[in-house]
Ligand binder design. Structure first.
Ligand code: PAF
Length: 283
């Protein structure tokens, strides 16, 4: 496995592969790999000739007071895991290489960034869109693979790629969960034992809500209210950031949990801000 820091060297490598008609897959990450990353990497390996994993804790997608400085990092372990997974290139640039002092260009998908994490984390998706489009331009992948835990991120990036005619197929892959249902996340490492125990109720609540819908309750306000009370009972140490039911493609709140309704939540447990989601009907 090659480790490349320099964006120009990475671009040359991507160009060479493209010229040889090799199919290139990118898995963009911020490192500290867990089973979720490994499943994306495994899928990328199976569906391409070359797999690039980018590892970059992107400063521009963190707001003031968020966990940029503390974000968990373990470069050596990530290298070992990527090597074991058969990754061709680990692209790990420095912040100055990605954002020279006079960086002045930003991308946004405002229509899909108004609610959920876009509302709670102003500027977050501008940072995500900008860095992901830079990664697309540097690595020149045919496919880019993202997890569905960050559903809104996936919707935003898919729309950006489509609207700007980026020659990249954006693929979303299923959420990987711990045995008790908690979605795997680098931020789970922030949880102490009691917080970790309570965190399992986040997904349990989403499953309950799906059952309420299957039993005939489709009023979004009623479902959100019931879930809020469920979380207050089961996750007493948690602080709910949002519980929202949105159109899964356009990411705006809906009144009825019909087809394409996505229930998305963000809950603070101590320092960890945990997000999860479920489609309320269908697959
Ligand atoms: O999902 C993430 O880890 C990040 O938002 C991403 C897509 C790597 C961009 O920094």
């Amino acid at each position: 496995m090659q480790i490349i820091e320099d964006p120009e060297e990475m671009q040359q490598t991507g160009l060479n592969w493209r010229c040889r008609e090799e199919r290139v897959a990118l898995v963009p990450t911020m490192g500290y790999f867990h089973e979720g990353h490994l499943s994306l990497i495994g899928w990328a390996r199976q569906n391409s000739d070359r797999t690039v994993v980018s590892l970059f804790v992107n400063p521009t997608q963190f707001g003031p007071g968020e966990d940029f400085q503390d974000y968990p990092r373990d470069f050596d372990r990530d290298c070992d895991l990527a090597r074991e997974m058969g990754v061709d290139v680990l692209f790990a640039p420095q912040a100055q290489q990605m954002y020279p002092g006079n960086h002045a260009t930003w991308l946004q998908v405002p229509e899909l960034s108004k609610y959920l994490c876009g509302a709670s984390r102003p500027g977050h998706f501008q940072g995500v869109c900008t860095v992901v489009s830079k990664l697309f331009n540097i690595i020149l992948p045919h496919i880019a693979v993202f997890g569905r835990k960050d559903w809104q991120q996936l919707a935003v990036i898919s729309r950006m790629a489509r609207d700007l005619n980026m020659p990249v197929e954006v693929v979303g892959r299923p959420i990987v969960r711990e045995e008790d249902g908690l979605a795997v996340s680098s931020r789970n490492t922030y949880l102490d034992t009691e917080q970790r125990r309570q965190a399992a109720w986040i997904y349990a609540g989403l499953e309950r809500a799906r059952e309420w819908v299957a039993a005939g309750e489709t009023d979004a306000a009623a479902i959100k209210d019931r879930l809020r009370r469920f979380y207050q009972g089961q996750i007493p140490s948690g602080q709910i950031d949002y519980i929202e039911i949105v159109d899964s493609r356009e990411i705006y709140p809906v009144d009825e949990a019909g087809n394409n309704a996505l229930l998305a939540v963000a809950v603070y447990l101590g320092r960890a801000r945990l997000i999860d989601n479920i489609l309320l009907q269908g697959e």
